[in-house]
Design a protein around this ligand. Structure first.
Ligand code: SAH
Length: 344
């Protein structure tokens, strides 16, 4: 079965040709899919074509399994996929528009020590359909239009490269969700080879790099991926990305008490990045109950930020939304999977 929600326009054309149909049908079907239609709703197609589609294709649908709604309007969704897997998305209301944080994989193989998404390991890559449907189902459920997307949910997007690129293409397409690339951020733990591949494709999204420490030894301890792509290699890929795209890179830095919040860390960050077109985003680390990390105090984060700014590194502290439903990313999925295993 072909999932029509996973096909790019080019792939849709090839698919309709394979059914013995004219290429212009591709655009019609593509439009219907992103208006949320099922095959039987596609009334401007011939009955014969609809029957062929019903036989050979489907329109993927993920299901809302649970939703948590915060006082500030933030919503956290647990979605169930057709194979029983679970993923999460978060809907946030900002002045500049509604933002969604989407997952790119079920589970994660990267093993970052402070992250809940990786504790039970990796299950599988999401299809383009399953990534884009997080946006469609959230828009349907909230009745609101989403204008910004961050790929900062469960999974490592660059480890699911092809599907993520197709997803981005369909989100951006005029007959898809029609959301500009400039309204999309993609966050990576630092797969340097894939950052270069992304640079070569040259789409104007914002790249976020999860750094979390400017020292190789500490970073490898927090993020095992650093053993494969140590900081100098990561920085060289970031510079390549900048050269190719000219787009400012965002550096994510989760503040963990006593681990990465010292004066030495601030100095080294400045040494490594002050001549790069970038922006540092400090995030108080979220508590994960399986881990014993503590967040750096608000005062200390502010002082760290001021020090970086004084020394010429553009830095902000991420405002925390939905603090009353503040399960760290990956925890809803984890809780649900544990419950299902218990009931097996
Ligand atoms: N795999 C990608 C995207 C998903 S994680 C990446 O690593 O960038 C999105 C961001 O949340 C990353 O910066 C990640 O390091 C951070 N993160 C993970 N666990 C966290 C926690 N407990 N508290 C704060 N940030 C966390």
């Amino acid at each position: 079965m072909v999932d029509l929600k996973s096909l790019t326009m080019e792939e849709m054309k090839a698919f309709v040709l394979s059914l013995g149909e004219k290429p212009f049908r591709a655009k019609q079907i593509f439009k219907w899919v992103y208006r949320g239609a099922e095959i039987c709703d596609m009334t401007d197609l011939s009955k014969d074509l609809r029957e062929k589609l019903l036989k050979n294709a489907c329109v993927g649908n993920i299901q809302i399994e649970e939703r948590l709604i915060s006082k500030d309007g933030t919503r956290k969704y647990l979605f169930k996929l057709s194979d029983g897997n679970f993923i999460e998305s978060v809907f946030m209301k900002y002045k500049h528009g509604n933002t969604i944080c989407v997952s790119s994989q079920a589970g994660c193989a990267m093993g970052c020590r402070f992250c809940a998404s990786t504790i039970d390991g990796f299950s599988r890559n999401l299809t383009p359909s399953e990534i884009i449907d997080q946006i469609m189902k959230t828009e349907e459920d909230t009745g609101e239009k989403i204008s910004n997307i961050v790929m900062m949910g469960i999974g490592e997007p660059l480890a699911n490269f092809e599907n993520v690129i197709k997803f981005l293409e369909n989100v951006n397409a005029e007959d898809g969700l029609n959301i500009g690339y400039r309204h999309i951020s993609l966050s990576t733990c630092g797969l340097a080879d894939k950052i270069r591949d992304l640079a070569d494709i040259n789409i104007p999204i914002t790249l976020s790099v999860s750094l979390h420490s400017p020292f190789n030894e500490k970073r490898s301890d927090l993020m095992p991926v650093n053993k494969k792509f140590p900081i100098p290699e990561l920085i060289s890929a970031m510079r390549y990305y900048l050269e190719k795209t000219g787009r400012r890179i965002s550096i994510e830095y989760a503040m963990i008490e006593g681990e990465n919040d010292t004066k030495e860390c601030a100095n080294e960050l400045v040494r490594l990045f002050s001549d790069m077109l970038c922006h540092v985003n400090l995030i108080p680390v979220n508590k994960v109950k399986e881990r014993d990390y503590k967040k750096t105090s608000a005062d200390k984060i502010e002082a760290f930020k001021n020090k970086l700014c004084r020394m010429g590194l553009n830095t902000t502290v991420r405002r925390s939304l939905g603090s009353d439903i503040n399960a760290a990313c990956g925890q809803l999925r984890k809780n649900r999977m544990n419950n299902e295993n218990l009931s097996d």
